[in-house]
Design a protein around this ligand. Structure first.
Ligand code: ATP
Length: 202
């Protein structure tokens, strides 16, 4: 599965609808300081479900929406769409039938964030599920930013393990286990409450 297109609108410095085609496996984005290179990377992270404004170099999620310039007024919403080439069928299951997978996120100034998969509204979880264990994802090793190589070299063994687990596809199951453990904990708490009520009425 390869990222083949990024469509940006109202996102950070990309106020006008802009399409970036990524025609091969190796694509370099070059340009003068402040032209929007890092904003492109932020866009990719953001669509894949990044929920921390700090990781997108902002103070709040609203900071991803174009905030105006000397010649343009601010806009009310930002949207990004990533188009993945899935002609190899790497993304299996229900998605194997699609040669292209389009993942979109839209946010408005009132804080409403919406996600879409091939045009259909979906949950954030549906998007993050797709990428878990593929090496993609908002904080995965597929996005190598400045300073990351040295961070990897200097990483503590437990941090390195997280990268290895993602590469081996284990992180998906770790996440499922965490969710299941949470559900079991809630069920136990409910049972305890039920037991209290039963004792009261007995
Ligand atoms: P460098 O080479 O210095 O790292 P860069 O090409 O990576 O630069 P970016 O950090 O992607 O540059 O873009 C910075 C520009 O984006 C700045 O001019 C900043 O004002 C603009 N910008 C960031 N957020 C917004 C926003 N919400 N609205 C309008 N402009 C924004």
């Amino acid at each position: 599965m390869r990222l083949s297109r990024i469509k940006l609108a109202g996102f950070k410095s990309f106020v006008d609808p802009t399409t970036l085609d990524l025609p091969s496996n190796l694509v370099g984005i070059v340009g003068p300081n402040g032209c929007g290179k890092s904003n492109t990377i932020d866009a990719v992270r953001w669509v894949m479900g990044e929920s921390s404004a700090k990781h997108l170099r902002g103070d709040s999620m609203e900071d991803v929406i174009f905030s105006g310039s000397s010649s343009r007024k601010p806009v009310g919403q930002a949207s990004i769409e990533l188009v993945f080439d899935n002609s190899s069928g790497k993304l299996g299951g229900a998605y194997a039938q699609y040669a292209e997978i389009a993942v979109k996120r839209r946010v408005s100034r009132d804080g409403q964030s919406q996600y879409f998969l091939n045009g259909a509204r979906c949950r954030r979880r549906d998007i993050t599920d797709i990428f878990l264990g593929t090496g993609l994802g908002p904080r995965s090793y597929a996005i190598i930013e400045q300073g990351m190589i040295s961070r990897l070299i200097e990483a503590r063994p437990e941090d390195l393990r997280i990268y290895l687990e993602e590469a081996a596809g284990i992180s998906k199951y770790r996440e499922r286990r965490r969710e299941t453990e949470n559900r079991i904990r809630h069920a136990r708490e409910n049972l305890e409450r039920l037991e209290d009520v039963r004792e009261e009425v007995a």
